[in-house]
Design a binder for this molecule. Structure first.
Ligand code: C5P
Length: 402
């Protein structure tokens, strides 16, 4: 969403990971960005100018001195055009040059004129990565306010060895681009998010759960991470992932299964929290007893009863613990008397805001990628949001909390 309509300048230097950059460009364009490319001379040994031109839809800027009439001011006009720059892969040579202001080719002259956000993804052999010169350059560049410096990843390297030096994968570069483009309105704030369903064990192989996929909670986590927050996600079992953000953002994942585990982990993290957003679909009831062994069907058995007991309401518990500097946000998924039910929960759980989604709204609720919510505040005001993608809903909710 953040990338839509953005102008992104991709800078490529001469490392083997350059072969992955056409795919990065394709995905940036798919996300709605317009992409232009500048390269070092050696990058074109690994990926052709024609490939880059074809995927980006623009002429590639690789030689400051060629075709002077056409390109003479590209190193100034491209940084002006761009909203941000991604430099990937960044070789040891390029990092050292950039750190010292050397501008002797198309990429480095463009970078020298770039005052907007820049994401840098180093990639090289482990020994080159660990060399004092490279580490010094990385540490210098990391201090620049407009630079998001990614750590090299560990794994197999093209030189046949294994170690630190791999370029971060394309999904991490895209997450970092979103991060770099988002104003840091939550910088340093501690945010706690519960997400996903819980599983309440009946016996070792059976459990009671619900249809929550975790998509909304994880979208909220992304919105907070992009704004510079320090995020703890207490998550029930679900398929969604925040892995790309984990590579460069302060994110703590606490994976739990049952409502009791979620309750314990959430209470434990609440003390240091500025904003808690309780998005998880926590079971309201759990089996009174969990069988040690798989429950067997008896011959001729017609019925089976599982006795349930209520779980601890995490939101209400935090509502009682809440200090004046803390903000507590809950969710309500309702099928009838939506607003009245949500208002009652807002009061009863001592929340500052409740996000109401009605299952009667088409495109809202579990599993789908869209949601339509109403925000209800403790002071009695309310705000209706239109049907939006879950990430847009998450961004809108966070903007309302700030
Ligand atoms: O009462 P209800 O379950 O509908 O309330 C929904 C809100 O309360 C959500 O924010 C949900 O995460 C939270 N909740 C909770 N602990 C429970 C049940 C719900 O935190 N045991």
């Amino acid at each position: 969403m953040i990338l839509k309509g953005k102008h992104i300048l991709v800078g490529i230097s001469g490392g083997i990971a350059a072969y992955k950059i056409p795919e990065l460009i394709r995905l940036l364009k798919k996300a709605g960005a317009d992409v232009q490319v500048t390269t070092t001379k050696h990058a074109l040994e690994f990926v052709t100018s024609l490939t880059l031109q074809t995927v980006s839809g623009h002429k590639v800027y690789s030689d400051v001195f060629a075709a002077i009439n056409e390109h003479s001011t590209e190193h100034i006009s491209l940084p002006d055009w761009a909203d941000m720059m991604i430099i990937a892969p960044a070789t040891a040579n390029l990092l050292c040059k950039m750190a010292h202001g050397i501008a002797d080719d198309a990429l480095t002259t463009t970078f020298a004129a770039m005052r907007k956000p820049v994401v840098i993804a180093p990639a090289m052999n482990t020994n080159m990565y660990n060399s004092p010169a490279t580490q010094h350059a990385i540490s210098m560049l990391s201090k620049w306010e407009n630079i998001t410096m990614l750590d090299a990843a560990s794994g197999e390297l093209a030189c046949g060895t294994s170690g630190k030096g791999r370029m971060q994968e394309v999904d991490v570069l895209i997450a970092a681009a979103e991060y770099a483009l988002t104003p840091k309105t939550l910088l340093g704030k501690q945010v706690l998010i519960t997400a996903g369903p819980t599983q309440e064990a009946i016996d070792p192989v059976r459990y009671i759960t619900n249809a929550s996929t975790g998509k909304m909670g994880y979208a909220l986590a992304r919105a907070c991470l992009n704004r510079g927050a320090i995020v703890t996600v207490v998550s029930g079992p679900c398929q969604v992932s925040l892995k790309p953000w984990q590579e460069f953002c302060p994110l703590q994942m606490v994976n739990v299964v049952s409502s009791a585990e979620m309750c314990q982990a959430t209470i434990q993290a609440f003390d240091k929290t500025d904003i808690a957003i309780l998005c998880a679909a926590v079971a309201d009831f759990t089996p009174k007893d969990t069988a040690d062994k798989k429950i067997k069907k008896q011959p001729g058995q017609a019925e089976m009863t599982i006795q349930l007991q209520t779980t601890t309401d995490i939101a209400a518990t935090l509502g009682k613990m809440k200090q004046p500097h803390q903000t507590l946000v809950g969710f309500a998924l309702e099928t009838h008397d939506e607003q009245a039910n949500a208002e009652r929960k807002l009061q009863a759980k001592n929340l500052d805001m409740i996000v109401l989604n009605s299952l009667q709204d088409k495109g809202a609720g579990f599993g789908v990628d869209t949601n339509k919510v109403t925000l209800l505040y403790a002071n009695g005001t309310k705000k209706d949001l239109p049907l939006l993608m879950k990430q847009e809903v998450a961004d809108a909710i966070i903007e309302q909390i700030i």
